[in-house]
Design a protein around this ligand. Structure first.
Ligand SMILES: C[S@@+](CC[C@H](N)C(=O)[O-])C[C@H]1O[C@@H](n2cnc3c(N)ncnc32)[C@H](O)[C@@H]1O
Length: 375
């Protein structure tokens, strides 16, 4: 690492870049920094690079709409596989200065286009094959403009770091922002992801666009979702049929219903359909294992775990939640999953928490098994 001005020169992935010389270890970062760069978001950028390599095509134009230092756009350009034009945009003059420095110092050529515009003004000017939105907090402010700026069959990717509303610490904020009630129980991160995905699908449907979720995950302190955008009222309507509510019963079990009964403890309306395209995940896992790639082990593991996760039902059980309801020690997650499978149920671990289990087994079976394993 070398230092110039107020910047450190680093290599993230396989891309050299200058970043602000502030000390930061992990988790969310203050937005008061003159230019934002969070090393803890490396995984977000790793996976964007893999996504580019598997999904993008030569000739695409990509908008890194809220770019800060430009880290993501620069990595897409350097580590992506395709000949794409990448607009790296931020409204902050300081961020733009750094984006320019990061472009000119390495003479990155005319396929990288630094841009210093407010995103709301920039989006209506042009259509892109891929728009990436990586805001402070919630992406809702930028959703409508971004949806309209993506070409048909193109990609919209969004990050959300407003985990507290989405997971139910601030339910009123979640309802106001996403039009959906969160559920502050063990399944809250899965529910938060489905609220975020569902809200994007609903916003896109307003414009007769189907936002088809193809890659969605939670990691540490943020949610991340990628959508294939398809024009047409019919495909948009087909997605809207896959919404419903999640119910938590006081004895500890979850179910999903089209509409909650009066008095039911519920979250929603939220997306109950598939969050990930299994073929895409397979391709990305293979790509991440290429020895020529510089993808972090954490990102490779996240993709492998996501690939191993069963797609439904639309909730998960936490082993400590099972333990407290059954008055037993928390069961071993992998052993519990194996026992459920031995009984003929579908079951898997969950990509974001080693204590999570996704299974189609009913709550009575889960309780019985937890008590049996405790003996
Ligand atoms: C979380 S940071 C982006 C991080 C970046 N994608 C990365 O990987 O390091 C959000 C950025 O959005 C920029 N921003 C906020 N509102 C904006 C707007 N309306 N138009 C353009 N940029 C904006 C901020 O200046 C900030 O640099």
């Amino acid at each position: 690492m070398t230092q110039a001005d107020n910047y450190n020169e680093i290599i993230e992935g396989a891309t050299a870049m200058f970043v602000p010389s502030t000390k930061h270890l992990n988790g969310p970062m203050a937005r008061s920094e003159p230019v934002f760069y969070n090393p803890a978001m490396r995984g977000n950028r790793d996976i964007s690079v893999l996504f580019e390599r598997v999904i993008a095509e030569d000739g695409w134009n990509i908008l890194d709409g809220l770019a800060a230092s430009g880290a993501k756009g620069l990595r897409l350009y350097e580590e992506g596989k395709h000949d794409c034009e990448i607009v790296i945009n931020d409204h902050s003059p300081k961020a733009f200065e750094l984006i320019l420095k990061n472009t000119e110092h390495w003479d990155r050529g005319d396929r990288v286009i630094p841009s210093n515009h407010g995103l709301h003004g920039l989006l209506p000017e042009k259509k892109y094959n891929w728009v990436d939105i990586d805001p402070f907090g919630s992406p809702v402010d930028f959703l409508d403009g971004s949806i309209r700026a993506v070409k048909s069959r193109g990609i919209l990717s969004i990050t959300a770091t407003d985990t507290a509303p989405l997971c139910g610490t601030y339910p009123t904020t979640c309802i106001r922002r996403y039009g959906s009630r969160p559920l502050h129980k063990g399944t809250m991160h899965d529910t938060g992801l489905r609220i975020l995905v569902g809200n994007t699908i609903k916003r896109a449907a307003v414009f007769d666009v189907a936002a088809i979720p193809i890659l969605s995950y939670f990691s540490g302190h943020y949610f991340r979702c990628y959508f294939r955008m398809k024009r047409g009222a019919k495909p948009a309507d087909a997605l809207l049929k896959q919404f419903g509510f999640i119910i938590w019963s006081k004895d500890g079990g979850y179910t999903t219903v089209p509409w909650p009964e009066k008095g039911a403890i519920h979250g929603g309306p939220l997306w109950l359909g598939s969050l990930n395209d299994q073929d895409l995940l397979g391709d990305m896992v293979r790509e991440s294992e290429d020895p020529d790639m510089s993808i972090s082990t954490d990102s490779i593991n996240l993709l492998r775990d996501l690939k191993a996760e069963i797609p439904s039902p639309s909730y998960i059980y936490m082993t400590d939640e099972i333990a407290s309801k059954c008055k037993v020690h928390p069961p071993n997650t992998k052993l519990f999953v194996k026992s459920l499978k031995d009984k003929g149920f579908q079951a898997s671990t969950v990509h974001y928490d080693t204590k999570g289990i996704r299974t189609d087994a009913d709550w009575a079976t889960i309780r019985e098994l937890a008590k049996l394993m405790h003996k």
